[in-house]
Design a protein around this ligand. Structure first.
Ligand code: BG6
Length: 484
């Protein structure tokens, strides 16, 4: 298969927070990979902007170090690194003051695409937006990119939206949820809407339930201060898992265009019922190793923040009435393993007398590791001895099916940044979507906070608390295995 990389138009990209962790770990290595793939025109420029007093040369050296740290040696040929570094410039800027803004304004070229990446604390968004306009850096065709967390509740998300919309049109605002940039997540749309096979079955008549799992083996480690104020609900469910749920449950959009897709996702969020407290399990990991338990990794030894959450959600519409969506995500679990599983109903009547087992087709969309899909089908167990049935996977690993092309799949950030330059908002969250997600999330968090609920504990390396298993057991179902 021949890889088709379509170069984007010439651009100036300013990264506010250009020396920060996200820029070093994800944004710059991602841009370098797109540069290597020939997608980023050599004339394009990336301008780091931060408080540090660096010059262009100093910034290039910083970025060279970041590439060394975050990319394997064979992924950064020297000549390519040198050419990429030449696209970099730097401005020392004072986000809250006036220093550096005129310099930035002079560096920006007319007539090329202009994008500003706000990789800074949300409290600075307003100041940055104001100064971009005040110093004639922002025009009607420029774009801004903002990171999560987009607020910590509905009120703060509304406030952030207002701050940004005071200065930019919604079509200029790109709210990143990096899960939408993952290859398999987009494949979910291709599978649903590019095939006739699945869509007729994709409803309450044929689907028994849906499981969405995002399991991580890492803990909160160095991020305790941030994480303890968020917890799994704010850090993962309100955004990433919500997006997965939307793409799984939404109606077919009329076109693959930003508003058509986002309108359908919004309808799903608005159709979510409030969740009964009995349908939520919150957990905190413990560890026999000193210093590795959740409570030892955050400041507050009595913290009630959850590092794991499992819940049963109802999507109240014609398509999904009565079909539970089970979501779970947590840190320090058995393995890094994320998937969406559509578990279909059993056949209405089994003609095979000897078969007592329950057979269900399951379509699994694997996000990580080993991106791909499998569909388990029921067949006859080989050999004599009657009609015994067995479930086997019809496996499709992207790596196997697509060969080397699959290995060169851009990582989520790379793809999303290129979409910003192309001006394609399909994989970015619209302001009303984010607000609707908070409107559903807020009462749940308020409920457990007011009740003073304490998370239950689970062991590091396990599949989560026993109570989460019970959530499904009591309904005659069980979670899919979390496999290393
Ligand atoms: C981030 C969360 O948004 O996503 C982290 O803040 C989490 O807590 C991360 O670890 C997971 O992303 P990925 O791509 O590794 O699944």
């Amino acid at each position: 298969m021949v890889s088709r990389v379509i170069p984007v138009d010439d651009f100036d990209l300013v990264i506010f927070g250009g020396t920060g962790d996200l820029a070093r770990r994800k944004i710059l290595p991602g841009l370098f990979r797109r540069f290597m793939a020939g997608q980023m025109p050599a004339s394009s420029r990336i301008i780091g902007a931060a408080r540090s007093e660096l010059d262009q040369d100093g910034y290039q050296k910083e970025v060279a170090k970041a590439l060394e740290e975050f990319l394997p040696k064979d992924a950064r040929p020297k000549d390519q690194v040198t050419a990429f570094l030449e696209t970099l410039d730097y401005v020392a800027i004072d986000a809250m003051g006036e220093g550096g803004w005129d310099t930035l304004s002079k560096k920006l070229r007319p007539d090329v695409i202009r994008a500003f990446y706000f990789s800074v604390a949300p409290s600075l968004f307003g100041a940055l937006a104001e100064r971009l306009h005040g110093h004639a850096c922002a025009g009607p065709s420029c774009r801004i990119v903002v990171e999560k967390p987009f607020g910590r509740d509905l009120a703060s998300a509304k406030e952030l939206n207002k701050t940004l919309r005071d200065h930019f049109d919604e079509r200029q605002i790109y709210r990143i949820d990096h899960y939408l940039g993952k290859e398999t997540v987009q494949n979910l749309m291709a599978v649903r809407f590019g095939n006739v096979l699945f869509e007729p079955l994709w409803n309450a008549q044929h689907v028994d339930h849906v499981q969405i799992t995002v399991s991580e083996s890492v803990g909160v480690d160095g991020r305790g201060a941030y994480y303890d104020k968020s917890g799994a609900m704010r850090d993962m469910v309100q955004n990433h898992l919500m997006q997965l749920l939307c793409l799984t449950a939404m109606e077919p959009p009329s076109r693959f265009d930003p508003d058509a897709v986002r309108d359908e996702k919004l309808k799903v969020i608005r159709a979510l019922d409030p969740v009964d407290p009995d349908d939520i399990v919150r957990g905190q990991y413990t560890s026999p190793e000193k210093g590795k338990g959740y409570l030892e990794q955050v400041e507050d030894p009595n913290s009630r923040t959850e590092s794991f959450i499992a819940m049963k959600i109802a999507v109240s519409n014609w398509r999904w009435a009565g079909v539970p969506f089970y979501l779970r995500t947590g840190k320090r679990l058995k393995a890094r393993n994320s998937e969406i599983a559509i578990v279909f109903k059993e056949v209405p009547h089994s003609i095979f007398d000897q078969d007592e087992a329950r057979h269900r087709n399951v379509l699994t969309i694997r996000l990580q590791p080993n991106e791909g899909m499998d569909l388990s089908v029921t067949i006859k167990e080989p050999g004599p001895g009657g009609m015994r049935l067995v479930d086997v996977p019809l496996d499709m690993s992207f790596a196997e099916a697509l060969g080397p092309d699959a290995e060169d799949v851009p990582d989520a950030y790379e793809r999303l940044i290129m979409d910003v330059i192309r001006g394609n908002q399909t994989l970015f969250m619209r302001g009303d979507e984010v607000e609707a997600a908070w409107a559903w999330t807020d009462p749940l968090i308020k409920g457990w906070t007011e009740r003073g609920d304490r998370p239950v504990t689970y062991e590091t390396g396990s599949t989560g608390p026993e109570e989460a298993a019970m959530l499904l057991h009591r309904e005659g179902r069980r979670w899919r295995e979390i496999k290393p």
